[in-house]
Design a protein around this ligand. Structure first.
Ligand SMILES: [Zn+2]
Length: 73
């Protein structure tokens, strides 16, 4: 499974860099591998489409001042 996109965010109102509620629509394709007993193991999940719908600052409870920040290693 691929890691989620590493977009970083910043709230310009309070300076928050680490806590956000992110609402995402994701379309995926995955290999559902069942055991004979019916137990499911999801393998090889592939993200076909991903759309971030909303990013809200966890502290302000609003997305009004959230901007995308450059990822810094
Ligand atoms: Zn904030």
């Amino acid at each position: 499974m691929t890691a989620p996109t590493a977009t970083r965010y910043r709230c310009t109102a309070c300076g928050n860099l680490t806590r956000f509620d992110v609402t995402t629509t994701r379309r995926t394709k995955a290999f559902h591998h069942f055991t004979v007993g019916g137990e499911l193991q999801v393998e090889d999940e592939e993200v076909l489409e991903e759309r971030v719908e909303a990013v809200e600052c966890r502290w302000c409870g609003s997305g009004a001042h959230v901007v995308e920040a450059e990822a810094s290693a």
